[in-house]
Write a protein that binds this ligand. Structure first.
Ligand SMILES: Nc1ncnc2c1ncn2[C@@H]1O[C@H](COP(=O)(O)OP(=O)(O)OP(=O)(O)O)[C@@H](O)[C@H]1O
Ligand SMILES: [Mg+2]
Length: 335
């Protein structure tokens, strides 16, 4: 199977690395189809988009017609065997992008899937990355339902359908989870072995592997940020503090809970932990609340450890990465 090339930092392209188990899962979907749309969520920068790029290449190799939708990157592709549909799709996308109508493309793409279902009895994959941001939070449930309808009420009989969606928004996971219209599947940062392979691909100078692991918890985007900052950890943390916009008011209001969560994220699992704070930490993409049980079938790729205080993984609550936790620790010290 061909591995796609990805840009880890500007000027450094690497092959899609590891994620062996996840690719095996794709093989299973390719054989059986997905009974429900699979909605993938996980820490920001853990590699969801990279995975979906690899998946669409892989499914194409396996004879699928692939619709790949990635509105935030203005990228929409219909790699399908019916030339008329392909052409019409390209024309439509060009027009809609000219009008900046990203959300509309995401919706209309589903009509093209129907057209294809009618035109040809084949294998169809819909791979949608971060579509929820383009269509808006209030439309998330409707969009997932529309995807499910493509599987359950197709325009005509198809051979097999694979439908995958990734979201980086903690909030949209909640929206999707309210209905039983999708299989909501978590994906974690890379495993230690997989991350080591990626670490080996970046040029020196770099700190010893264990330090890179301790800082990133296996998150490839954090690896690239550290690399780009010439491993100025302080700098990367300060930038995160600014990006996550911790205000003095926020820190003062929740200090006691935040201090406890920095020590152990499961502190937020306690029944008297304030929901308002949990929501806010989720919305700012700092924690994943309600971590799934670490059973392999429930996860894309390998589940994270049951609990690993070093990298901020608790049993039911986890920091996206140790650097996210560090940013909060810094805010607590400075304010
Ligand atoms: N398995 C991998 N092999 C090589 N590079 C990877 C891999 N996974 C991720 N990367 C790279 O790491 C960076 C972050 O990954 P990616 O953009 O896929 O994360 P994400 O989970 O989609 O993030 P977000 O939540 O912000 O959408 C990207 O530059 C990507 O190309
Ligand atoms: Mg992404």
């Amino acid at each position: 199977m061909k591995r796609v090339e990805l840009e880890l930092v500007s000027g450094l392209r690497v092959e899609f690395t590891d994620r062996e188990r996840a690719l095996g899962q794709v093989g299973e979907w390719a054989e059986r189809g997905t009974r429900f749309p699979v909605v993938i969520f996980g820490p920001e920068g853990c590699g969801k988009s990279a995975f979906l790029r690899q998946v669409s290449a892989m499914l194409k190799e396996l004879g699928f017609d692939v619709f790949y939708l990635h509105p935030l990157e203005w990228e929409f592709r219909a790699e399908v065997a019916v030339p008329d549909i392909r052409r019409e799709f390209v024309q439509f996308v060009e027009r809609a992008l000219g009008e900046n109508a990203l959300g509309r493309v995401a919706w209309v793409a589903l009509d093209f899937v129907r057209k294809l279902q009618k035109a040809r009895r084949g294998r169809i994959a819909v791979v949608a990355d971060d579509v929820f941001q383009a269509i808006g939070l209030d439309a998330v449930a409707a969009y997932v339902k529309a995807l499910l309808n493509l599987i359950e009420y197709p325009a005509s009989r198809y051979e097999r359908m694979v439908v995958l969606v990734a979201t980086s928004e903690g909030v949209s996971r909640r929206e999707v989870g309210r209905h039983l219209w999708a299989e909501v599947a978590p994906m974690w940062n890379m495993s230690k072995e997989g991350f080591q392979q990626l670490y080996d691909k970046i040029p020196s100078p770099k700190p010893p592997f264990d330090e890179a692991w301790r800082l990133t918890g296996g998150n490839p985007r954090m690896l690239s940020r550290l690399y780009e900052a010439l491993w100025n950890v302080e700098g990367v943390v300060s930038r995160l503090v600014d990006e996550k916009r911790f205000s003095a008011g926020f820190v003062a209001r929740w200090r006691r809970w935040l201090e406890a969560a920095v020590e152990d994220p499961d502190a937020l699992w306690s029944p008297d932990a304030p929901e308002e704070l949990i929501d806010e930490l989720e919305e700012r993409n700092l924690i994943i609340y309600h971590m799934y049980r670490r059973e392999e079938w429930a996860w894309i790729d390998q589940p994270p450890p049951e609990k690993d205080p070093e990298i901020g993984v608790g049993r039911r609550v986890a920091w996206h990465t140790p650097l996210h936790r560090e940013a909060l620790r810094r805010a607590l010290q400075e304010m």
